[in-house]
Every structure is written in C-alpha cells, then in structure tokens.
Design a protein around this ligand. Structure first.
Ligand code: LFR
Length: 477
C-alpha cells in the first residue's frame, strides 16, 4: 500500500482545527493546517455557536491544505444541531448545549416517558443537553431536516443530507440495539419524524465537494468521507491500545471515561450510575460517563483573564494535594460563568476548606478530576465486567502532566498519556480505512502506538490517601 493523504476537520467546544494526515505502512503523521478559536455568542439571551464563522474557517483551512488529498472527514462535539427548512436553508443559528433553554426539560421528559423506557431504548446517560431534550424545547414547526453539526458542515460542502451513526447515538433518539431512529420515542415525544435523515456509518462515502466549494478551496472533486463524526468516537478509535483490557479518558473540555465493549450494558445499576452506551466505530459500544473535565479550568482561566497556564500548573504542583475538593460533576458547574467563585461556594456549602489562591483553585480542580476519574474507572469496570490493565488518557488533557500523574496515583493504574491529537488521528484513520490505506481498528491502533509520542505514568502507591479523600467528597466509586 502506498501513502495517502487526508484532511481532518476537528471541531472542539473551545477550538477547531484542520489537519492534514499522511498514512502509509509504518507512517501516520499529522500536520496542522489551521487552528481557530470556537467562541460561542450570546444573542438575545440565548447562547449560540458561530456556525458560519466555523464553516468559514473550515473553508480557509481546506484552501491552505496540500493538494492531492484522497478525502476529507469532519468530526465535532456531539448533541447540537441545525435545522433546515424545506428549501435547505438554515433556520437560525445552532444553540449551544450549555444554554439554559433545556432547564427543567429533562426532568419533564423523564417523568412523562419513564427513565427506564428512555434508557432501554437509547442506552444514553441522562444529561440535560442531550438532543432529545433540546428538541423538546425547540420550535420545529418550520423544520424539514435536522442535521448534527458535522452533518451540517458536510451538507454545506457536498449538498448531501445524512446522519452519521456515532454522533446520532448521542441524540437519545437512536435505538441502541438496532441502530435506527427510534420511531417509538419520536412519536411519543410528538417530534416530526420527517426531520430525521437517513443514517450511515463511519467509512461511508458522503459525496464530492459542490462545484462552487471545489472552486473556492482549489480542491476540485474532493470526496467527503464519513468518520466517527462524534469527536469522542474518533478519539477512542485512535487510543493506542494493544489488547481489549484498557480504559480510556478522552480528556479535553470534558473527560469521557470508560471502556470499549461489543454490546451495550442496560442494567438498572448502569442507569443509576448514569453510564452511557454511545456508538463507536465498527459497531463498538463506548461505555462511558461524562466527567466535567477541563471545562472547570478553562472557565476559571477565562474568569481570571489569565494566560500563563504553564506557570499556574507549576504553582499548583507545589500546593499540598487533596485539601480543597469538589464534586466536579455537580450540575452547578455546567453553565458558563464565574467558575472560581462557584468552586469556593461549593466548598463552603459542604463545610470543606476553600481554595484561596489561583494555584489552590487549580490544584482543587485537578485533584477533584483525578478523584472523579478514579471513581468512574472503577464503576466502568464493575458495571461492564471488563478488567482494566491500563488507562489511556488521550486528547488535549494528556499535555497536562500533573493531571496525568494524579490520575495514575488516584486510580492505582498505569496511565499512558497521548496522543494529544487523538481525535484528528481517529478521523484520518477512519478515512484511511475506507480508502484501503489501513486494514482495521487493530492495525490503526498499532500504527498510533508505533508513531505517536506517548508518556507512561506509574501509580505512586498511596492508595489509602486517595481512598480517604474519595470518601470525604463522596466519590468512592
Ligand atoms: C466532547 C463531547 C462529549 C459530549 C459533549 C457535548 O467534546 O463531544 O462526548 O458529551 O462534547 O457534545
């Protein structure tokens, strides 16, 4: 097999990038073409994504990408969507999942349909922003088509309409067993069945660039290939695991903590622990839970107007550990706003010591995330029966040396950190498979392990200290 080149469009909640990836025997190399911030905008009280700004950056990225690409693939954060009218025009800017429009909606839908009905149907964890609750809060009267964010961008690039399955699995409206839209839930919620497009899997050929897009970007009849369009599905596909006895933490704005399975876990215990069964590439199940993640730190930095993260992390490493602790998954931390003040108030309310400096706040966030990682890893193993020998921590968070070390110490498991760009790599590898440049998931992962920078953290062994801290904050897993 000779070398082939692919472009990956990867949109995260805080930044987006267009990457070029070269894949061949023993080769997997990424080059960053364009990186841009993803800044939500509040308009008339509603928090929106700047979707045209993002699309403009995607076009600029493609324009700067090398010629000779075999295809381009798109992934983004999950659950959010745009609505098209009957003529294919976008009905308003997509709303951000952290917007308050879903306040109280999940509880209403749960009470009406029953938690068990919802979980048995979709296998999805209960998060207030899942598409199903957003749709229940939306005006769909003029909507002809619903497109999740990567599907919307693919539509603008190609003119083709469809829904990629890994991302569709985060809506709460995909049948977890059959992989089709759940007609029953759609009907019971009174949603219009017409808006749900035909489904396809990663690897599917979506179409070629529209003539005007080809001319504008200089890529002629470039093909758009479906990838694991949910960013977390792409990240998990690029975990450099050698066996199936691994857990992953896809660590960025969120920490997605779990294992990869062949079949969903739909037990009552699993529902109560709020674990999700999302779709992975090759029909795998991403059995995981959302931990609040580095959002806590990002939002603190935004509040402080602080730019020097390396200095803050170095200072946080010197602060005595496990003193100030929070439950990072408290819903009060979900919306944008003054995070340090909320963290202090959370500690105060629970009668726990409050952080008083920026370094203490950062240490509190990282210690608490490590404790949540520990608890979730334990639950994932217990609820799924999967034994875990190693934790792969991938994504932007794998750059955070202190968080990786604390996660190894807290979990008592070796942590392999990296690759940083797991999502873009997973995106490129899904395309490479569709174009015959790699054979399967196992070969893809072996290629990541052989070519990417990885760091290994061995747990320090002070298990008793972490257990005591976990009990103090109620995160014993
Ligand atoms: C990570 C992620 C998570 C999803 C959250 C909201 O970027 O896609 O998997 O739960 O964002 O879409």
């Amino acid at each position: 097999m000779s070398e082939a080149m692919f472009a990956a469009v990867d949109l995260g909640a805080s930044s987006g990038r267009v990457m070029a990836g070269r894949v061949g025997p023993g080769t997997l190399a990424l080059e960053e073409i364009r990186r841009f911030p993803n800044r939500p905008v509040r308009v008339n009280g509603t928090l929106h994504w700047d979707i045209l700004g993002l699309y403009g950056n995607v076009l600029d990225g493609l324009r700067s990408a090398p010629r000779g690409l075999s295809s381009v693939g798109i992934d983004s954060w999950a659950v959010d969507y745009g609505l098209l009218d009957a003529g294919g025009a976008l009905l308003g800017n997509p709303v951000h999942y952290r917007d308050a429009r879903t306040d109280g909606v999940m509880d209403r839908v749960r009470a009406e349909l029953g938690e068990d009905v919802l979980y048995q149907s979709s296998g999805l964890q209960f998060l207030p922003f899942n598409t199903i609750y957003q749709l229940a809060a939306d005006d769909l009267s003029r909507a002809a088509t619903l497109l999740l964010i990567p599907d919307l961008l693919a539509y603008w690039l190609t003119g083709e309409i469809g829904a990629e399955r890994t991302n569709a699995s985060t809506t709460g409206l995909l049948d977890v067993r059959g992989g089709t839209w759940s007609a029953d839930l759609v009907a019971r919620l009174g949603l219009p069945a017409r808006i749900f497009p035909p489904l396809h899997d990663p690897g599917a050929d979506i179409g070629t660039l529209r003539a005007d897009v080809g001319a504008e970007t200089g890529h002629g009849a470039l093909r758009v290939t479906a990838v694991g369009s949910h960013d977390t599905a792409s990240a998990v596909a690029a975990v450099p695991a050698a066996t199936d006895r691994f857990a992953y933490i896809s660590c960025g704005t969120w920490s997605l903590v779990g294992v990869e399975l062949d079949a969903p876990v739909l037990t009552e215990e699993s529902r109560k622990a709020n674990f999700t069964n999302e779709g992975g590439v090759d029909g795998t199940v991403r059995y995981l839970r959302n931990v609040m993640g580095l959002w806590l730190l990002q939002e603190s930095l935004r509040t402080w107007g602080e730019a020097d993260l390396p200095a803050l992390l170095a200072a946080a490493a010197e602060v005595p550990g496990l003193r100030c602790l929070i439950d990072p998954d408290d819903p009060e931390f979900l919306p944008p706003g003054d995070m340090p003040a909320r963290i202090a108030a959370h500690c105060r309310r629970r009668g726990l010591p409050e952080p008083s400096t920026r370094a203490e706040t950062v240490r509190c966030i990282l210690d608490s995330l490590a404790l949540a990682h520990r608890a979730t890893l334990r639950q994932a193993a217990r609820l799924s029966g999967r034994e875990i020998d190693v934790v792969h921590l991938v994504g932007g968070g794998s750059r955070n040396d202190l968080l990786c070390r604390l996660t190894a110490d807290a979990s008592g498991l070796p942590v392999v950190a990296g690759p940083v760009e797991a999502t873009a790599l997973g995106n490129v590898l899904a395309q490479a498979r569709a174009h015959g440049a790699v054979a399967d998931l196992g070969e893809s992962r072996a290629l990541v392990a052989a070519t990417q920078d990885l760091r290994r953290y061995t747990p320090s062994g002070d298990e008793a200290r972490w257990s005591e801290a976990a009990r103090r904050i109620g995160l014993d897993g």
